[in-house]
Design a binder for this molecule. Structure first.
Ligand SMILES: NC(=O)c1ccc[n+]([C@@H]2O[C@H](COP(=O)([O-])OP(=O)(O)OC[C@H]3O[C@@H](n4cnc5c(N)ncnc54)[C@H](OP(=O)(O)O)[C@@H]3O)[C@@H](O)[C@H]2O)c1
Length: 387
């Protein structure tokens, strides 16, 4: 049976890799809808190639261009945030959540509320609202399938019936481009250096997060929600080769690991095919070329943001929201060359020290606390810029 796929964020790194899979297996997958924010030309090219029923461009400025370019095709074109939310609700077999950042929260919420199978790469909604999304999935019958390679690995290694016998989850991290740099040399790196990831080709935001190891901090929180695991049972180990994507250690001493070449098409195809195993197009792992696998303890002095995941989980969900929001604001400012690299950390610290917020039980609370944290981060950064 051909699966209908909705791709939220089709013009990004995960979106394009999903389309690469569809391109190679047209007898298995059919694109029902594509969405982007501003990449209008790329979206049009994708729509011409995959002929979806719906195309949504988030930024209304590009609506006329996309509409005109796709006139004469079967694509119905829409624009705006609300339309992306609506597309997330349409009938389909799989929704691929590949928007970057908190912007993906509402569409993910909508898809889950409709009981869809959601292949989720977009980690920030899980960080900010994991408890709400997981509860919602239980009610709606949605399946949340992690695409983040580490969580996909844990998903594959975690035997549900033996969950009580898990000693710990071990998330692997590449360590990013600055793993072997001196702390003092990292302080003033530029965006090009920060996004030059040694193993993975990804969008700019997640690449910077990998350099600061905020990406791993977000992933610790993501794992906490996805696998209902106490945070003191979630460890991080640096594994620069990115061959072991994560591990589950059981009380009997067994450690189950999932391995593969660093290629996001592996977890994407796993999530598309789930609960079956299906054919993919990923690079093959050359086991004769992996005789130097390293595992290193993370250095919190060099990567202070990583430790914040544990502090925020202990402090409460509102702090996890603030952690993510402050980081999004700071990373954007860094990519726009408005602040130095080291100020990403100081901005996040400032926001976490400043906020005083309570319980987060509904999605509107999450949105409110996100906005509040962003405002504080922006004020902090504009005060720094004017100095
Ligand atoms: N890339 C990876 O290898 C990887 C691995 C694991 C997890 N992830 C996670 O997957 C998500 C996507 O990452 P990525 O690297 O694919 O990011 P990316 O390359 O930056 O692509 C982001 C996608 O989201 C769209 N988008 C951006 N802002 C939006 C907004 N406000 N409203 C609606 N759509 C918006 C972009 O559209 P435009 O092109 O129009 O801007 C693009 O289609 C992130 O949460 C990331 O952490 C990625």
């Amino acid at each position: 049976m051909i699966k209908d796929i909705v791709i939220l964020g089709s013009t990004g790194s995960i979106g394009e890799q999903t389309l690469d899979i569809v391109r190679n297996f047209q007898d298995k997958y059919c694109v029902k809808a594509l969405t982007a924010n501003k990449s209008a030309e790329k979206l049009v090219a994708q729509a011409r190639e995959f002929n979806p029923e719906y195309v949504v461009i988030g930024d209304g400025e590009y609506y006329n261009f996309v509409k005109e370019e796709l006139s004469g095709t079967k694509c119905k074109v829409f624009s705006g945030k609300e339309e992306i939310n609506n597309i997330a609700e349409i009938e389909c077999d799989v929704v691929v959540a590949a928007i970057v950042g908190f912007a993906g929260l509402e569409p993910v919420y909508k898809a889950i509320s409709k009981g869809r199978k959601v292949a989720i790469a977009n980690k920030e909604p899980l960080v900010a609202a994991g408890h709400i999304l997981i509860d919602l999935a239980k009610k709606s019958g949605a399946n949340i399938l992690p695409v983040d390679s580490e969580h996909n690995a844990i998903f594959q290694c975690l035997e549900k019936k033996h969950k009580d016998f898990v000693r710990r989850i071990i998330l692997t991290a590449s360590g990013g481009p600055f793993l072997n740099w001196d702390i003092d040399d990292i302080k003033n790196v530029n965006p090009e250096q920060a996004i030059a990831h040694p193993n993975w080709s990804m969008g700019a935001k997640i690449s910077v997060d990998s350099a600061t190891m905020m990406n791993k901090a977000l992933e610790v929180i993501e794992a906490y929600h996805l696998f209902a695991m106490p945070f003191d049972k979630i460890d991080v180990v640096i594994h620069p080769q990115s061959i072991i994507h994560s591990m589950v250690e059981y009380l009997d001493g067994s450690v189950l690991a999932q391995m593969g070449a660093p290629d996001m098409r592996t977890p994407i195809v796993y999530a598309l095919g789930w609960p079956e195993r299906v054919d993919g197009i990923s690079k093959k792992l050359d086991i004769f070329n992996m005789n130097d696998l390293q595992f290193i303890k993370p250095d919190y002095n060099k990567f202070p943001l990583l430790k914040k995941a544990y502090d925020c989980l202990e402090a409460g969900q509102a702090y996890c929201i603030a952690l993510n929001s402050a980081n999004e604001i700071a990373v954007e400012a860094f990519l726009n060359r408005e602040i130095d690299y080291s100020e990403i950390n100081s901005c996040v610290e400032y926001v976490l020290n400043y906020i005083d917020i309570g319980n987060v039980s509904a999605i509107d609370d999450v949105i409110e606390y996100d906005l509040y944290s962003r405002e504080i981060a922006k004020k902090y950064l504009s005060a720094r810029k004017s100095k």
